[in-house]
Design a binder for this molecule. Structure first.
Ligand SMILES: [Zn+2]
Length: 225
């Protein structure tokens, strides 16, 4: 499904209307995310469509309906051999949950994914006798993401191999760099401030519960001897 600009705007407005019901502390951050989201991100945020997971190769691998050479599996993560690798031993690590973008994945699952990457890294280098390892994640069509399911590719590298990870290197104005840095830093500051306020509110609520005097425990009636 490719969305036209009107549909994209319509979805954006629907999401903005939905978050009005959210707690105030979460609303502002979500609002910014929705306003800045690309059409692809909005489509992904709509969640899996009917039958979509059955069509997804990585979901098939995760749930075992597609045969593959798994090298690791737990409740939230699967790692398997790339069947068209540069050398045998190239691995793809995916979350079991069908999500396209990093921002959609829970912190816990991201933690689990990278724990698996950390565990695999020396093993892949040893088995492939690689001189190095490129670890890449494509996000979106323009980045060459073929399946709309997050995947971490672990590609063994050697001096003089033909793997290409080039992008055009352009001279840009210092002001443009400064603007970009400011935009990102301000966004991070805002997120950190909101997260801090959220945590403080949580701590206050917890403190209120803990400092509430315990209700008197009624003495149980003694059983007759
Ligand atoms: Zn999937």
């Amino acid at each position: 499904m490719t969305l036209n600009p009107e549909q994209v705007e319509q979805i954006r407005q629907q999401f903005l209307a939905q978050i009005e019901k959210f707690p105030e502390d979460q609303r502002e951050q979500l609002k910014q995310q929705i306003i800045n989201a690309t059409s692809e991100q909005l489509e992904a945020a709509m969640g899996p469509r009917e039958g979509k997971e059955e069509e997804c190769l990585f979901c098939g691998i995760a749930n075992g309906t597609v045969a593959t050479m798994k090298v690791y599996e737990d409740n939230s993560v699967v790692a398997f051999l790339d069947i068209t690798p540069s050398v045998a031993g190239q691995v793809i690590v995916i979350p079991k949950e069908h999500q396209q973008f990093i921002f959609q994945i829970s912190d816990q699952t991201l933690w689990n994914l990278f724990k698996v990457v950390k565990m695999l890294e020396p093993l892949i280098v040893n088995i492939t006798k690689a001189g190095g390892l490129s670890i890449f994640i494509s996000q979106g069509n323009a980045a060459g993401q073929h399946f709309k399911h997050l995947a971490i590719n672990m590609v063994p590298r050697a001096d003089g191999d033909n793997a290409s990870f080039h992008w055009p290197r352009n001279e840009v104005k210092k002001e443009d760099l400064e603007d970009a840095a400011k935009f990102i830093k301000d966004g991070i500051d805002k997120m950190v401030t909101e997260e801090k306020a959220r945590m403080e509110k949580l701590m206050k609520e917890r403190h209120k519960v803990e400092s509430k005097p315990a209700e008197k425990i009624q003495e149980l009636p003694r059983r007759a001897a």
